[in-house]
Design a protein around this ligand. Structure first.
Ligand code: KG4
Ligand code: ZN
Length: 333
């Protein structure tokens, strides 16, 4: 019954989790609010806050799991991709802790871990399945053949889906991070109020930069100069932008699922917390006779539970790394 400690510090969440035999016992997430004042993550500040949060987060995760630190069989950590200064804190901590406890280290790819979040709770998808991973930094359609046999069959050529939402909220003057606020206002608006363009990109790839520019010009030419613009208009803009982003994502996912003949489709990453996307994938699955899988909210945004579960499956395969391991800002699958 291996007990795995997972550590995540790739961006602005410091997180630690403990799982025993694949059952999640704790998942502590320390959010960094300092970046709100800057309208985006400031890498230098993020690494300093990780340094402050990492030991309390790990202690709390061990306490919540009701285990002793000597019960831990291996330490899994995010090696990349992410902000290098942020990753360094988690990687250095994991190496020191492993050395102190005399336990092995397991490296985890953050993007693979977002996909493996589906193996924390029931129901679990069947291999092979397709996973749409959408976050502030990534937009990918992943063909998941096995736990660590994944192929990116489509990705963004420029901006990520979450970036388009975060940028929209920023130009609307809403606080950072904007995705959850776009979601909130979109629920009160009319998604057909404004028509934003759907880019025509071949294959299963995406592009969000044209849409982002169209949204920015629309807000500059309408909202910014119009004193009659009300909260109702803001809600309509949020609903229309969210609807466009969701249709772009789901149209590609549908195309990929048909092309690969796959019936299990899954969502991962921070943007999968979005209400419109969650409803959209359920509707698509019902319409096509597919099964849709969406992890619990706390396992969608950055968290260490997904690192711990990935670590558990690597532990079973005996896949360990040495003390010479270093973080990678860019890390392919
Ligand atoms: O996976 P994640 O926590 O961090 C990255 O690896 O990027 O994803 C963060 C992204 C941000 O763009 C944030 O605005 C978005 O997820 N997000 C949402 C919602 N909650 C988080 N976007 C839309 N609706 C939400 N409810
Ligand atoms: Zn992430």
């Amino acid at each position: 019954m291996p007990v795995i400690l997972g550590i995540e510090s790739s961006c602005d969440e410091t997180s630690a989790a403990v799982c025993a035999d694949g059952v999640m016992l704790s998942n502590v997430i320390a959010n960094q609010t300092i970046h709100e004042a800057y309208g985006g993550v400031v890498p230098e500040l993020a690494s300093r806050v990780h340094q402050q949060n990492i030991i309390p987060a790990v202690n709390q995760a061990i306490l919540n799991a009701k285990v002793n630190k000597n019960d831990i069989d291996a330490i899994a950590f995010t090696r990349g991709p992410g902000l290098l200064g942020s990753l360094l804190v988690g990687v250095s901590f994991a190496k020191s802790f492993a050395l102190a406890l005399g336990k092995p280290l397991i490296e985890v790819n953050h993007m693979q871990a977002h996909v493996l979040a589906h193996f924390i709770d029931e129901p679990k998808p069947q291999f092979p399945f397709l996973c749409l991973t959408v976050s502030g930094g990534h937009t990918q359609i992943v063909l998941v053949k096995d736990y660590f046999d994944m192929e990116v069959i489509g990705q963004t050529n420029d901006d990520a889906a979450g970036e388009a939402l975060d940028k929209t909220s920023k130009v609307l003057g809403l606080p950072y991070p904007g995705g959850p606020l776009i979601d909130k206002y979109a629920r009160q608006g009319n998604r057909n109020a404004y028509q934003f363009p759907e880019p025509q990109i071949p294959g299963f790839d995406f592009s969000f930069s044209g849409l982002k520019t169209a949204i920015m010009y629309f807000i500059r030419d309408n909202v910014a100069i119009n004193p009659n613009f009300t909260q109702e208009h803001i809600a309509d803009i949020c609903a229309s932008v969210e609807y466009r982003v969701v249709t772009i994502l789901l149209n590609k996912l549908k195309k990929a699922a048909i092309a690969y003949g796959i019936k299990d489709i899954a969502l991962a990453g921070g943007v999968s917390a979005n209400t419109g996307l969650r409803q959209g994938i359920q509707e698509l699955a019902a319409q096509q006779g597919w099964n849709a899988f969406i992890p619990r909210f706390e396992y969608c945004t950055d968290n260490a539970a997904m690192i711990a579960i990935a670590g558990y499956h690597k532990y079973l395969q005996g896949d360990f790394v040495g003390q010479d391991v270093a973080p990678l800002a860019r890390m392919p699958f």
